[in-house]
Design a protein around this ligand. Structure first.
Ligand code: EPZ
Length: 430
């Protein structure tokens, strides 16, 4: 299993380019199936979650023509099966989007119930509630969700909690239903807006995305389009907090500053200077970071996908900080790994109490999930000495060329396959 090996202690300095948003691309590439015409999607991130989804889309019979790392043409006219019961598709949770897309287009879909993952149980009851409201019967048979409908009709749907996935999945199915659908308590994330814009570019009629009430007027069919994915606010945020934790000076390019306001506000609060440009942000951390309290919330609140990254920065701050995770029930597993590097964190339920320390020391740690894995890399970059991050397969799910981009900022980091690679790195960096 590949690992990152890092020699920490140098500030990140320079420029980094942000790629397309993984969580927007997963939904958009699935929605591309909803027409029988070719759809070109650009600025997709070259990460394993995307590549697994494209494999699944090809397996059910769609034409998938990968133009290059960041562009693909999908044509759904040759889809032969609405049953996606393949083991490998369980690797990615976002496979549940196939339900909304195939149910919307074919009025039938069979998709494995996504397993939980390392950050919580992650049920999809709200998705299924939405499909039923649109007129589908939904059953779970042998671990597979079977959804079908004579016809889908508009409905007024109240989500019991803000759910990105449910908002997107219901929006997809409703796009081709007869009549009008209203989704109340909808998620407002930028990638919800991106999928709505994408569907509208295919001829859908969706209004209100980005607010908590989304109105969808069903249309007969969708047509071809060319669309570029929005920049990844979580990849951008990860580099913002990497700059802060290493006392660096980083220009983060190809971003939408508006999407990053919650992160910018917190960085400013803890003493960083953040300069905003049209499509870039510069984060400068000249002195030791200050403490703060932060609670993760649905957008536009502080994102749960940035919780591990801000926690790492606060471990090095002057004073005691409190981080509250309000979205997922098990998203502090990385704290035990950080303790091995010298962090002083006490986790009580969904709250972490962090006493700032003067510095981390390098250690061997293991990535428990995607965002926590990225946060452990940040800790290694800030640590004195060598850090090895095992199980980086999680990180590769959502970060394209992560080590290359960090090396471009002056980091001493390498991706190695085995212990020999670690030894070679140690000999090289001394
Ligand atoms: C999306 O997950 C993202 N994944 C997650 O990013 C992100 O953390 C999350 O949104 C919140 O922003 C993708 O987009 C592929 P939710 P999703 O439905 O849609 C509960 C990453 O690192 N819930 O907004 O699954 C759920 O358990 C990943 O890129 C229900 O109870 O998240 C959670 O507590 C990690 N029933 C809360 O709602 C449901 O039917 C929010 O979940 C749906 C959700």
């Amino acid at each position: 299993m590949d690992k990152y090996v890092i020699k920490g202690g140098s500030p990140l300095v320079g420029e980094v380019e942000i790629g397309g948003a993984k969580n927007a691309a997963l939904a958009i590439l699935t929605a591309a199936l909803m027409t029988d015409e070719p759809v070109r999607v650009e600025n997709i991130p070259d990460v394993s979650d995307i590549n697994v989804l494209l494999e699944a889309i090809a397996v059910i019979g769609a034409q998938v023509d990968r133009i290059d790392r960041h562009a693909v043409v999908i044509d759904g006219k040759t889809i032969g099966s609405v049953s996606v019961d393949y083991e490998f598709i369980k690797k990615i949770r976002a496979s549940y989007y196939l339900l909304g897309a195939l149910l919307g287009k074919y009025k039938h879909a069979e998709v494995p119930l996504p397993g939980g993952c390392n950050i919580g149980s992650r049920p999809i009851d709200q998705h299924l509630k939405g499909f039923r409201a649109l007129g589908a019967t939904v059953n779970i048979r042998h671990g597979v969700i079977v959804a079908s409908a004579e016809n889908l009709h508009g409905a007024h749907i109240f989500l019991d909690m803000v759910s990105v996935g449910a908002t997107i999945n219901i929006m997809m199915a409703a796009a081709l239903a007869h009549g009008n659908t209203i989704i109340e308590n909808a998620a407002r994330e930028p990638h919800v807006v991106d999928i709505a814009n994408f569907l509208n570019s295919m001829g859908a009629n969706i209004k209100g995305a980005g607010t908590d009430v989304i109105r969808i007027r069903g249309v007969e069919k969708l047509h071809k389009t060319t669309y570029a994915i929005v920049p990844d606010m979580i990849e951008a945020g990860t580099f913002m907090f990497a700059a802060a934790a290493t006392c660096g000076d980083v220009l983060i390019k190809n971003v939408i500053p508006k999407h990053l306001e919650a992160m910018t506000a917190k960085l400013t609060e803890i003493g960083c200077e953040v300069q905003e440009f049209d499509d870039a942000l510069r984060v400068i951390a000249k002195s030791r970071l200050g403490r703060t309290h932060v609670k993760t919330l649905p957008y536009p609140g502080f994102p749960t996908d940035m919780q591990p990254q801000i926690s790492v920065a606060l471990c090095l701050a002057n004073g005691t900080s409190i981080v509250t995770e309000s979205i997922f029930e098990n998203r502090f597993k990385y704290c035990d790994e950080l303790a091995r590097m010298g962090a002083l964190i006490k986790v009580e339920g969904n709250t972490a109490i962090i006493d700032g320390v003067d510095g981390f020391t390098g250690a061997r740690v293991s990535a428990p999930d995607l965002r926590a894995g990225a946060a452990l890399v940040i800790a290694g970059l800030a640590a004195e000495g060598i850090t090895v991050v095992d199980d980086i397969i999680y990180i590769l799910r959502g970060y394209e060329d992560f080590d290359q981009k960090l090396r471009g900022l002056g980091a001493e980091i390498e991706r190695v396959e085995d212990e020999r690679g670690i030894q070679k790195f140690r000999l090289r960096v001394g």
